[in-house]
Design a protein around this ligand. Structure first.
Ligand code: DAH
Length: 340
């Protein structure tokens, strides 16, 4: 049996050596090592070998299998490498031909606005802070001076997970997280998804995006807020854009204002985008209600703050003159292509 094994091995080595293609090697593998291959046949004879010789013969057969298998693998690998090298040598590659960029995608318009906002505020020394979509009633309402039975909650009905855990209705919740963790001076920027129980229409969606800023420092006044707003609308909508403030009410600011921008499309003359008023409602803002600062042990004789929160869809629609919010979500490639 030993002689048979030796012959089998010699045969195999001989054939492997002569093989010129991977296909031939594959066939040699099947012929010798396959389930019905010659080595398997030889294995069957092991049962006739005297018991004391079995371990030795077993080892010889195994060694033979390993040797054949190893050589076949080695030669196959070498052939693959040669093939690849030959292919590379024979292919001309002109690295100076311009790349075709016809079908290159773009960032979604909402993401583009988010990046612009982030760029604007980070350059002015704001720190970006992440918030969470799932919030507790405390951070979303209570700590922002909106107690349980406050009428301001009506406009911000949301999706409740439990009585106490909900999907945040605004990014203002990040103001409280920031005040809990950091002492003034504070310049915080945050953005993300927000949720409300709203039917989808041209200006509403149950999921939308907001950004928020909070500034707390010495000598912060309404003038700082207005200056920031003016810079920011010019950056977003163009140098000629003006800002108008109107009195408003938010429980977390005192005084509260709503900011409008002069319509970037018609320059204030009146057009369908601004509903012929020349102005477009932009966002809510104000001086941080001192109660909130005091609740976080901030001395309001020394420090004051302003805050601002805005819908990113709205800013995006104004930037591109899109009149229906749903256009932004429908993945209409023809439309998205135009919004670069
Ligand atoms: N959170 C408000 C909303 O979603 C917007 C807002 C108003 C944010 C005034 C503020 C603020 O930071 O000071 O309607």
């Amino acid at each position: 049996m030993e002689a048979k094994t030796k012959k089998l091995l010699d045969d195999a080595l001989n054939q492997i050596e002569k093989a010129k293609t991977k296909q031939e090697l594959f066939l040699i593998n099947t012929k010798f090592l396959g389930k019905n291959g010659s080595l398997s046949e030889l294995m069957k004879e092991l049962k006739n070998v005297p018991a004391e010789e079995k371990p030795k013969m077993g080892a010889v057969l195994n060694e033979c299998r390993q040797k054949i298998d190893g050589l076949i693998r080695e030669k196959t690998k070498k052939m693959e490498e040669d093939e690849l090298n030959q292919k590379l040598m024979s292919e001309d590659c002109d690295v100076t031909i311009p790349v075709k960029l016809d079908n290159l995608g773009t960032l979604h318009p909402i993401t583009q606005t988010e990046q612009l906002l982030m760029e604007f505020f980070v350059k002015r020394g704001f720190t970006v802070r992440a918030g969470t979509d799932v919030e507790t009633d405390y951070y979303c309402f209570e700590a922002l001076n909106v107690p349980k039975n406050h009428p301001a909650r009506d406009m911000q009905d949301t999706f409740y997970i439990t009585d106490d855990i909900l999907l945040r209705t605004h990014t203002s919740a990040t103001q409280i997280h920031t005040l809990e963790k950091y002492a003034p001076p504070i310049k915080m920027f945050s953005l993300g998804q927000t949720y409300r129980v709203d039917e989808i229409d041209a200006t509403h969606s149950p999921i939308f995006h907001q950004f928020e800023i909070l500034v707390v420092d010495e000598n912060v006044s309404m003038a700082d807020l207005k200056g920031t707003l003016e810079d920011f609308v010019k950056f977003l909508f163009g140098e000629k854009t003006k800002v108008r403030l109107r009195p408003s009410y938010f429980p977390f600011t005192e005084p509260s204002v709503e900011a409008d921008a002069s319509c970037p499309k018609c320059g204030g003359k009146g057009c369908p985008l601004c509903k012929d008023t020349g102005w477009i409602e932009l966002l809510g803002c104000g001086m941080v209600n001192p109660v909130i600062l005091e609740n976080h042990n901030i001395n309001t004789n020394k420090y004051s703050g302003y805050a601002l929160g805005a819908g990113i869809e709205r800013l995006t629609m104004i930037r591109y003159g899109v009149s229906d919010l749903r256009e932004l979500y429908e993945n209409n490639v023809n439309l998205l292509k135009q919004l670069k």
